[in-house]
Ligand binder design. Structure first.
Ligand code: COA
Length: 327
């Protein structure tokens, strides 16, 4: 059996503050009915004052490490997938390394936006396959609420905050990460972006006045691109592993829109009982959505040893990614 990465512990954390559709209805011209019908979202979590990406990551990581029975100083690598880290530098992974006391770990961030966790899973698996990492912590975290224009009803209803983490180690069994598939199309970068604060539009009073530090999205075009690419991605991922959709125990999709998720399930012929959905409670938590959904599925006892689980995500870049895992 060839060497591959295997997830041996999961954990997640969402902030306590709940913002419902009714709350947002008091801020902009929208309604619970519209948001529920078009997205499936009912409420989302908002990080408290002073609560940043590394704080959410720390809670999720402690839970994943405890589940895996691994101490922080055993970890040799920390990867954080985020587009809303504590600050542009240092990396949120480095800050997390310090908070955890993971003294023997290398640490770096990757930015794959909503596909970030699956990009991270692929990088993590590659480090494990090459023998460079023996015990790895991968976190998906986003504090999207800090980058929302709360007057823009087309985006402020969609996003939420949260963190999910997994601990991985090598295996030579039939279990683990069977394959990962990564894609991008930078020609479509402006479908979802956060243009301010980088070297293109550094922070200035002008950039702040124009809300360049907030997420912008062409929702309808993004929706169509997501449905188009995800269907092909899922079918190709199964084909690469000689697996039929009927053999899947579970689909864990990125939690952006219930209509996108239902279209995927229908295309694969999967009943919704095999699809993990939590966007009604958390909205789109970007890099955190898949590891939070995985952790909840594990803790609810929905995942069994030997199960085939398909993960897929889509996001800014554009990027899209998938993974087939045997639990
Ligand atoms: N409340 C009420 N009306 C709203 C609204 C809101 N929160 N947001 C937009 N609208 C209005 C629009 O102004 C538009 O009105 P008009 O027809 O008078 O111009 C109408 O609703 C339709 O807007 P549209 O953007 O075409 O709606 P949609 O059916 O595409 O749904 C999204 C909007 C954002 C829910 C949907 O496009 C989506 O989920 N897109 C993909 C999101 C995604 O996957 N994002 C990132 C991946 S990480």
């Amino acid at each position: 059996m060839s060497l591959r990465g295997r997830i041996i512990g999961t954990g997640s954390y969402v902030p306590k503050n709940i913002l419902t559709n009714f709350d947002i209805g008091k801020m902009v011209d929208t309604s619970d009915e519209w948001i529920t019908e078009r997205t499936g979202i009912k409420e989302r979590r908002i990080a408290g004052e002073g609560e940043a990406a590394s704080d959410l990551s720390l809670q999720a990581s402690k839970r994943a490490l405890s589940e895996a029975g691994i101490k922080p100083n055993e970890i040799d690598m920390i990867i954080v997938a985020t587009m809303s880290g504590d600050m542009p530098m240092p990396s949120t992974a480095a800050i997390l390394q310090g908070k955890l006391g993971a003294k023997n770990a290398a640490a770096f961030d990757i930015n794959g936006a909503c596909s970030g966790f699956l990009y991270g899973l692929s990088v993590a698996d590659s480090f494990i396959k090459s023998g460079m990492s023996k015990k790895l912590l991968l976190v998906g975290v986003d504090v999207n609420s800090r980058f929302i224009n709360w007057q823009d009803r087309s985006t402020c209803v969609l996003f939420g905050d949260g963190a999910g983490a997994v601990v991985m180690k090598p295996t030579r069994t039939k279990r683990g990460i069977l394959s990962t598939h990564l894609h991008s199309d930078g020609d479509l970068w402006d479908l979802i972006c956060l243009p301010g604060g980088g070297s293109r539009h550094p922070a200035s009073s002008e950039s702040i006045k124009n809300n360049l530090h907030c997420i912008k999205m062409k929702g309808n075009e993004t929706f169509k691109a997501a449905v188009r690419t995800l269907e092909k991605l899922a079918l190709n991922t199964l084909k690469a592993n000689n697996i039929k959709p009927s053999q899947l125990a579970m689909l864990i999709p990125h939690q952006a829109n219930l209509r996108i998720i239902k279209a995927m399930a229908k295309r694969l012929g999967l009943p919704m009982s095999k699809v993990v959905v939590n966007l009604d409670r958390y909205g789109n938590t970007s890099g955190a959505s898949i590891p939070i959904a995985l952790d909840e599925a594990v803790r609810e006892g929905r995942v069994r040893s030997g199960d085939y689980i398909l993960f897929e995500a889509f996001g800014s870049g554009l990027t899209w990614a998938s993974a087939l895992v045997r639990w």
